[in-house]
Design a protein around this ligand. Structure first.
Ligand SMILES: NC(=O)c1ccc[n+]([C@@H]2O[C@H](COP(=O)([O-])OP(=O)(O)OC[C@H]3O[C@@H](n4cnc5c(N)ncnc54)[C@H](O)[C@@H]3O)[C@@H](O)[C@H]2O)c1
Ligand SMILES: O=C(O)[C@H](O)COP(=O)(O)O
Length: 526
């Protein structure tokens, strides 16, 4: 009998490797492979386990003929090409709670070390000096700590900082007021309001296009003189060049940096300063975190290889066969509807209702809710929403969820409707590939297979509107590939859903809105 093969490409705890071997897998540990070497050797493996040192690139994934699952023994998956994995049907999962306590404790260690100048004092002692007056520090007590990103690690840091008597403020557009209250954090909507108030600032954000470079010259200038800055999240959230300029100018008392844009990092402008405490990505480097990460990822990888639920799958939700048969094909449709609602609402909704109708009316709706919530939160979260974490994710974001079973799906065999803060979208599946098709939007009846990019217009119905939209888009080089019109005769309004190709930007949307008198115009990227 041939055994499934697992490649462990980064250092993980022996306990994790033991779990994989005990389950009967052939486990090879090959460390420090280059991309070329990994691409050349990956073909026979069913699974690969990595940390942050070994990127799993598109090239590696495309060379992986048997790969079913990529396991990240830790939190961040920014070194894994999620799109390439999803395209190839390869599950990507992580161990998102394994090292958060260690990362939070490392953050506190950096804060205290910065505040009391411990590295400088230690270096001075090792040089045989006794310089008591040189190292005058700051207390944490009664200082204001600003936390950017109030997720798992940000929350743990808030709890710990409270024990030091700090006042805690924060910014996280996706954190509910209830969670902020629970954590004792005063939330601010605007970044600049937080910057001006903080004595200490720590970031616990994922690496996204929004967060990379989130702190540049303007933000540093808006901070208090003598601020202490910590980054144990991802390199580049503080722009390194401008951070070093502000350290050089004496604006910043100290900085504690655990993460770098390029790793390994053995030289940077920050290396010049004694009051910048640098650690080589050590947030998760504790015995306890490594055992947890190794064992958890081994269990999840095994679940994936055996076809069971992988609770932390980031790019797909695996469900048991009986559930999958009934509602599984609706998961992508629910994710798509969630993404549409997120783009209409522009914020996380307070209420979410999922109605399953027709032949799926009596199936377990948790997977549909998970799909819808996953879509709504898709742009913001590091993790995915699955039936396993759906309840806690909803509570964490302050979303009240309810579900309904409707026996009759009108002219369809089955359908799902998702309503967020009163905004409705419905979909059914069509064809042998069971592709999602939107059948209603904002209670307008339509019937369209959504493309990657679409424009939606709601307006008071009158002759010539579609022609005018078409002419304007044509003039701007935007091609309409399909469209559907829905009307509400009683309100004398209409909605047109257009799949489009070409460059749709804010200027074009503004031009459309100002030239033609619409009730609403939306651009969706799916
Ligand atoms: N130093 C280490 O070794 C180490 C260890 C573990 C995790 N990490 C990193 O720490 C970071 C946080 O991890 P986590 O597990 O707490 O993640 P998380 O997903 O639980 O929390 C991230 C939070 O950031 C918020 N957020 C997203 N975009 C935002 C924005 N533009 N502005 C404000 N808030 C925003 C999200 O709403 C969320 O609450 C990640 O980058 C992770 O990779 C580092
Ligand atoms: O995202 C993470 O889990 C941390 O950054 C730790 O990364 P590591 O496993 O490479 O130490």
């Amino acid at each position: 009998m041939t055994h499934k093969k697992v490649l462990v490409a980064d250092r993980i705890a022996k306990e994790g490797i033991d779990v994989l071997r005990d389950k009967g897998y052939d486990v090879d540990v090959k460390l420090d492979l280059t991309e070329d070497e990994l691409a050349a050797q990956i073909a026979p493996y069913d699974a690969i386990v990595v940390r942050s040192a070994t990127p799993v690139t598109r090239r590696v994934i495309e060379a992986a003929e048997n790969l079913k699952i990529i396991g990240r023994a830790g939190v961040g998956v920014d070194t894994i090409d999620l799109d390439a994995a999803t395209e190839r049907g390869v599950i990507v999962c992580n161990a998102p709670t394994s090292n958060i306590m260690s990362a939070a404790e490392h953050t506190m260690a950096l804060m205290l070390a910065c505040a009391r100048q411990l590295p400088q004092a230690n270096a001075s002692m090792h040089e045989g000096k006794w310089e008591r007056s040189k190292f005058l520090g700051k207390e944490l007590y009664e200082k204001t700590l600003a936390i950017f990103g109030l997720g798992r690690i940000g929350g743990l840091v808030a709890e710990r900082a409270r024990a030091f008597g700090m006042k805690i403020i924060g910014h996280d557009p996706y954190c509910s007021p209830e969670r902020a209250d629970q954590l004792g954090v005063e939330l601010f909507e605007r970044v600049e309001d937080v910057l001006a108030r903080a004595d200490f600032i720590t970031v616990h954000l994922p690496k996204t296009p929004e967060t990379i470079g989130m702190f540049g010259p303007e933000e540093f200038a808006a901070m208090k003189d003598g601020v202490v800055l910590i980054n144990a999240a991802r390199g580049g959230i503080y722009n390194v060049k401008s951070l070093s300029d502000f350290v050089a100018a004496g604006k910043i008392f100290a900085a504690g940096i655990d993460m770098f844009e390029e790793e390994p990092c053995t030289g940077s402008p920050l290396h010049e300063f004694d009051n910048v405490l640098l650690t080589p990505h050590l947030g998760a480097s504790t015995h306890e975190a490594q055992v947890r990460a190794g064992v958890q990822i081994a269990e999840y990888v095994s679940s994936g290889l055996e076809g069971s639920i992988v609770p932390t799958a980031l790019n797909m939700t695996l469900v048991p066969p009986e559930m999958m048969d009934a509602v599984g094909p609706y998961v992508p449709a629910c994710q798509m509807m969630g993404r549409i609602l997120a783009q209409i609402l522009g914020c996380i909704p307070k209420t979410l209702r999922v109605e399953a109708a027709g032949t799926i009316a009596n199936a377990d709706a948790s997977i549909l809710v998970a799909g819808a919530l996953d879509g709504i939160l898709a742009y913001r979260r590091a993790g995915s929403v699955t039936p396993v974490n759906v309840e806690s994710v909803a509570v964490r974001h302050g979303i009240k969820v309810d579900t309904a079973s409707i026996a009759d799906a009108d002219e369809y065999a089955s359908a799902v409707k998702v309503v967020a803060d009163g905004v409705e979208v419905g979909a059914t599946l069509f064809g042998s590939m069971q592709r999602p098709r939107i059948m209603s939007l904002l209670d307008y009846k339509i019937d369209i297979a959504p493309a990657k990019q679409s424009l939606v217009f709601e307006y008071v119905d009158a002759p010539g509107r579609i022609g005018a939209i078409g002419t304007l888009l044509g003039n701007e080089g935007v091609n309409i590939t399909t469209m559907q019109i829905g009307t509400k005769p009683s309100e004398k309004t209409a909605l047109v859903y257009m799949n489009v190709e070409g460059s749709v930007n804010d200027q074009l949307l503004e031009k459309l809105s100002s030239t033609l008198d619409f009730k609403n115009v939306w651009s969706f990227s799916l």
